[in-house]
Design a protein around this ligand. Structure first.
Ligand code: PLP
Length: 391
């Protein structure tokens, strides 16, 4: 099918919940992807932080196809090897104690929220169920995770939302005094991704962790976007000198297959028992085989290279005409544009020039595959530079 045919069918049969760009993608190889006319693009998006090893990495494809040829799904009534392998690697590499596998970021956050409330209920009884999150956060699209999201634009139409969320200004230690004896948890992203790729201050995060530890309030770190190597360590919390009680992971975890996880720490590893929580597809063997492969390859050497490539990209972006400043960590960037430049307009011109980027609020956002080559980075940067120079 050519682009027009695909678009016409999408318009007719696919629910109009997405604003798509005028581009169909056909095949890809690492950070390079082709449209139906065989035009080539450098991918600085990774499918929004999902394709950790880019498109169709050889080792990833063989791990996935091998498992698909053995067992594609069993239900959680049975044990499978990929599930335990992925869980073991996640625990060994993070110091967390147990894993619950889910299918999406929102679902992982729901799992963490349920765990926090049950932990408090079991220990203190009813009434200590509130969860503090941050303004400008993003935690998902279910009715509960929308409520957890500290942005008014998301609190529309779908009333009534789940109760029990309070929003605090990020990086404001004084505002932590609003956390009281009705709270069971604080939930935050260490780099607010959708909110504009804004890292939290290390001192603030440590103050939150201290307060949580003192009051037996659980610290939930939402690493749906920052996890799985994105920031240059396997999880971002490992750079903040904290030990969360719950970590949620999703986007990059399956390298392109739907897989999410709730990681439980010392306090939370036994909170959920048989029947308390479940999901049909959770721990799917094919998705877990992908994760086990991915985690196995993300050793210190690989992560150091991610950090190095991240520094290079950041410097190059910061030096570009039209870019005012660059925020982020590792290979996660928000580029603030000069006055008069609109992110969406720049994105569309970048696409014409052969590079795919994202936006977050008024910024350009870049989440390149962690495996992007130095040559692909240079090609993509040149295309972005041409796009910016055209305004
Ligand atoms: C993308 C994202 C989510 C939602 O993940 P889904 O898989 O779309 O449900 C939640 N939290 C953060 C930080 C995210 O970036």
């Amino acid at each position: 099918m050519d682009f027009e045919e695909i678009k016409a069918l999408d318009d007719q049969y696919v629910a109009h919940t997405y604003v798509r760009f005028p581009l169909a993608l056909v095949r890809g190889e690492n950070a390079t992807v082709w449209d139906p006319n065989d035009k080539k693009y450098i991918d600085f998006t990774s499918g929004i932080g999902v394709n950790s090893f880019g498109f169709c990495d050889e080792g990833w494809v063989s791990a996935v196809t091998r498992q698909a040829g053995l067992l594609q799904h069993t239900s959680n009534l049975y044990y499978t090897e990929p599930c335990v392998e992925a869980a073991k690697l996640l625990c060994e590499r993070t110091g967390m104690k147990k894993v619950f596998f889910a299918n999406s970021g929102a679902e992982a956050n729901e799992g963490a929220i349920k765990t926090a409330r049950k932990y408090s209920f079991d220990k203190y009884g009813a009434g200590r169920d509130r969860i503090a999150t941050l303004y400008n956060s993003f935690h998902g699209r279910t009715v509960t995770t929308l409520a957890a999201t500290g942005q008014e634009v998301f609190h529309n139409y779908f009333f009534p939302f789940t109760e029990g969320f309070d929003y605090l200004p990020a990086n404001d230690a004084a505002a932590l005094s609003q956390i009281g004896d009705k709270h069971c948890a604080v939930m935050l992203e260490l780099v607010q991704g959708e909110g504009g790729v804004i890292p939290l201050d290390r001192a603030y995060v440590q103050a939150v962790a201290r307060l949580c530890a003192e009051r037996d309030i659980l610290l939930i770190v939402g690493e749906v976007q920052t996890g799985v190597g994105r920031t240059g360590t396997l999880y971002a919390f490992q750079q903040f000198g904290i030990t969360p009680d719950l970590v949620t992971s999703a986007k990059g975890l399956g390298g392109g297959l739907p897989l999410a996880a709730v990681l439980f720490g010392d306090k939370t590893e036994n909170v959920l028992g048989p029947g308390d929580h479940a999901t049909t597809f959770g721990g799917n063997p094919v998705a877990c085989a992908a994760a086990a492969y991915l985690l196995g390859r993300m050793d210190e050497f690989f992560l150091d290279e991610v950090a190095r490539k991240g520094e290079y990209l950041r410097e190059q972006l910061a030096g570009m005409h039209g870019i005012k400043s660059v925020s982020g960590m590792g290979m996660m960037f928000g580029a603030e544009l000069e006055e008069g430049l609109e992110a969406k307009t720049v994105l569309l011109e970048a696409m014409r020039q052969g590079v795919l980027v994202l936006t977050a609020k008024t910024k350009l956002r870049l989440l390149p595959p962690l495996s992007i080559t130095w040559h692909e980075m240079q090609t993509g940067l040149s295309a972005l530079e041409r796009a910016l120079a055209s305004f």
